[in-house]
Design a protein around this ligand. Sequence first.
Ligand code: KG4
Ligand code: ZN
Length: 339
Amino acid sequence: MKDRLILGIETSCDETAAAIVKNGKEIVAQVVASQIESHKRFGGVVPEIASRHHVEQITLVLEETLKQANLSYHDLNAVAVTEGPGLVGALLIGVNAAKALAFAYDLPLIGVHHIAGHIYANRLVKEFSFPLIALVVSGGHTELVYMKEHGCFEVIGETLDDAAGEAYDKVARTLNLPYPGGPHIDRLAHEGTASIDLPRAWLEEGSFHFSFSGLKSAVINTLHNAAQRGITIDPKDMAASFQQSVVEVLVEKTVRASEKYQAQQVLLSGGVAANKGLRTAMEEAFKKKKGIDLVIPPLSLCTDNAAMIAAFADVLYEKGIFGDYRMNAHPGLELTSYI
Ligand code: KG4
Ligand code: ZN
């Protein structure tokens, strides 16, 4: 078989990213331009600033990617882009860049769902074995996804309120930590002890859904009450307690889902998958589960990148699912099956 080279573009939030992936499994080149520094002083992503940065960066990032790969656009088989979900103005920059390239070089155009991309970051690490369960934990999503074959996504659980990463970022802000707060809480958590009693939202028996807003409020209330009584709480202990509460629920529900759906493999994905506490707890839990293969991507493939977009695009190419010049940005795009 001739090698297939797909260029992926990702601009759904605050990273401008491009990558070239061979046969859906091998990264040939990848570039990620992060805007975190520009958003930091606002304590979160400012959509207008994000779009502006994407416009400035996209051409440079694409050029750098091709240069790194030592390839020209004529060597590519397709161009793929995140069409949603995400910030509409940010998505549009990527979508328009992809359409322009598809037109200029007569390349097939492929629209990718951002979460499908996060899941397929794992295929750059290891080939999938079905059925599998993917835990997606990012700034905007917390989902348990069941897959019985490539391109077939069944969301079996999702958050009823805040996403895990969102809870991390909000709690971090309460503790006066910089944006994005996830990595800071993770670091502090390892220096503190989980001595503060915080709730775990298991929801009703057998539910694979999540809820993190109660936990977030419990952290805020505990800190507030302590301050009123003149008691100081060590932020390290709060970080450790909060992290333990999040991780315990994520791991336990993933284990239960893997048992119920007789998973061969469990995949971890999304920005929060970079969390050391979560990675270690998942490894511990699945070490005991014989016959279930746990895959955890390297940190660079957990947070937003374009290699994951090209990786899933390869599956769509194989299935003959292409977009056209009417492609648009879909901020609220749902994850559905492609078969
Ligand atoms: O997947 P991602 O890069 O962007 C979205 O699609 O949302 O995820 C970003 C989220 C942020 O909320 C960030 O705080 C969180 O991932 N994050 C972490 C860690 N690294 C990034 N959360 C907890 N621990 C970490 N080490
Ligand atoms: Zn993401």
